[in-house]
Design a protein around this ligand. Structure first.
Ligand code: F6R
Length: 261
């Protein structure tokens, strides 16, 4: 893993936008996997700004949503689809044919639906870049502690820690109850992406970051599976990096690698 420890959340967003824009500059039709949640929004905003200012051209990308709450439609303000459309695909003006979002209202054969989502990713050529946030319990996508590290897109039950966090931060302000289940790309789907960028900011993520980076690879911390990925980059602010034992070494290494790669 390449770990960048940056001064603050804004620097994390700008660095993430730099890396994503660089990838799209090299491959204009890049296939991007996109997390919702709060953390990547400023990065998406910066990419949209660069696109609209003519500093980057994201018009040929294909977008795949990472996950979705079951029972929420794409018009629900807390749905991942709504977030990604509002902050990214709509302002970029991407055509519907290149926007793939998991349907939280899907009724029917869920296994077939999930297999079809995987087939759509494969048909697009696979994910060139997967953008991830990090749950305080170490989840990536909605792959929760105890998940299968070999899992592909699948329905999941959210753990009590995620329910509590998301109830407090997202659903209570809307006066609603957090959905108890979701559908998510699996850890193996994420690991199959050619490049992974995980963004984590704030002290609430420090414990999960430390376990994901410096603990064993374990399904109890799904993000620890990124240790197995050949090209995973973690972009952290000081607070999220605060519990890393080797943080000074990572900081020195990232300065070196940034100059040489
Ligand atoms: C959302 C997702 C989740 C979030 C994670 C962190 O699509 O996949 O794994 O990335 O819960 O959420 P925030 O960024 O809101 O702290």
């Amino acid at each position: 893993m390449l770990i960048f420890i940056l001064p603050d959340a804004k620097a994390v967003s700008l660095k993430a936008a730099d890396l994503a824009a660089d990838l799209v500059r090299k491959k204009s039709g890049a296939v991007l996997g996109l997390a919702a949640g709060a953390t990547p929004l400023a990065m998406y905003g910066e990419l949209v700004r660069r696109h609209q200012a003519g500093e980057a051209d994201l018009s040929a990308i294909t977008a795949f949503g990472l996950d979705e709450y079951l029972s929420l439609g794409a018009d629900h303000p807390a749905s991942c689809a709504h977030t990604l459309r509002q902050h990214f695909t709509q302002p970029l003006g991407l055509p519907e044919s290149r926007i793939h979002l998991l349907d939280g209202l899907f009724q029917g054969d869920m296994a077939a639906y999930c297999a079809d989502y995987e087939a759509r990713i494969a048909k697009a050529g696979g994910l060139d870049l997967q953008i991830l946030g990090l749950g305080v319990n170490g989840h990536i996508g909605f792959n929760e502690p105890g998940c299968s590290l070999g899992g592909r897109t699948h329905p999941v039950c959210l753990r009590s820690s995620t329910l509590a966090t998301n109830q407090r931060t997202v659903f209570a302000p809307l006066g609603e109850d957090v959905p108890k289940s979701a559908v998510s790309m699996g850890v193996a789907t994420i690991l199959a992406a050619k490049r992974v960028l995980l963004l984590a900011t704030g002290a609430s993520k420090a414990d999960a970051v430390a376990k994901a980076v410096e603990g064993p690879v374990t399904a109890m911390i799904p993000a620890s599976a990124l240790q197995l990925h050949p090209d995973a980059t973690l972009l952290l602010d000081q607070a999220a990096a605060s519990r890393l034992l080797l943080k000074d070494d990572y900081a020195a290494e990232s300065v070196y690698l940034d100059k040489t790669l």
